[in-house]
Design a protein around this ligand. Structure first.
Ligand code: B1M
Length: 211
């Protein structure tokens, strides 16, 4: 069994300590950080996601898998960052109000940092006011909103409205992403950009920060 498959399978079993050890071993053996992320950690989380959808596993199993994912990504973080190029810019990121999913948001954050951007992580359950006030007070060029629930994606429109209300809509770019969101929705709510994954989000944020 390849080490990437081992990482995926242990992640699915929620074996956080083993996942962390395997990620370190893979790095020591010279496996690329991107491959460990995509073919190990994300591959395992996709399997869990499908099983969750089909009621083959339940919330506790998903939670321990998520914890294993976070352990693995913590070790990967400096290696993903090392692959990035230096850029100047500041971004704030969060998962929108009512939504506690943070794995995708953390991946986007990691990729942004990997591109050399300074990232203000607002965490989960972030109100439109907090997104926009943070951008104003901390001079962020970009606000990144993540949502995983159809019931919370509407908060992204409130972020756009709040930026208009506080008079900064022309000064800050608003990027959106997450499983229920798409390009059509982005246009409908008047956000600046939808990207489907963490890597393209980071590339786009760099371009926005260049101005
Ligand atoms: Co939840 N959950 N969950 N969950 N969960 C989903 C999202 C769901 C699709 C599962 C399902 O039913 N098939 C479903 C949503 C259905 C819907 O709204 N249409 C769902 C539900 C219903 C719920 C609860 C309501 C369940 C309940 O309690 N009955 C509840 C809600 C809690 C809340 O938030 N208020 C809930 C809870 C949980 C856990 C706590 C158990 C756990 C979260 C743990 C955590 O995040 N710390 C969890 C998980 C893990 C999932 C699944 C299985 C995996 C999500 C994930 O992390 N994926 C998910 C099913 C699935 O997706 N297959 C599911 C991996 C992650 C890397 O992907 O976040 O999409 P993702 O990020 C991607 C892209 O979307 C993109 O980049 C990443 C990859 O490169 N991206 C961006 C993300 N944000 C971006 C921002 C950008 C750009 C790109 O720019 C700014």
């Amino acid at each position: 069994m390849s080490i990437l498959t081992e990482i995926s399978e242990n992640l699915q079993k929620g074996k956080a300590k083993i996942v962390a050890e395997l990620v370190q071993t893979a790095l020591d053996e010279g496996v690329a950080a991107n491959a460990i992320l995509n073919e190990g950690l994300l591959a395992g989380m996709n399997v869990i996601g499908e099983k969750f959808k089909n009621n083959e596993v339940y919330v506790p199993e998903v939670l321990v898998a998520a914890r294993a994912m976070n352990k693995g990504t913590t070790i990967l973080k400096p290696h993903l960052a090392a692959a990035g190029v230096q850029a100047t810019g500041k971004v704030c990121i969060g998962t929108v109000q009512g939504d506690l999913h943070d794995i995708g948001k953390n991946l986007v954050k990691m990729m942004l940092e990997g591109k050399g951007l300074e990232v203000v992580d607002l965490g989960t359950d972030v109100s439109p006011e907090t997104f926009v006030q943070t951008a104003i007070e901390q001079n962020c060029q970009v606000i990144c909103c993540s949502a995983l629930l159809t019931t919370t994606m509407g908060v992204m429109e409130d972020v756009v409205k709040k930026a208009v209300e506080l008079g900064v809509r022309d000064k800050v770019k608003i990027m959106i992403g997450g499983a229920p969101v798409n390009e059509d929705y982005c246009q409908k709510i008047g956000a600046d950009l939808y990207t489907p994954d963490a890597a393209s989000a980071a590339d786009a944020a760099v371009e926005f920060c260049k101005g």
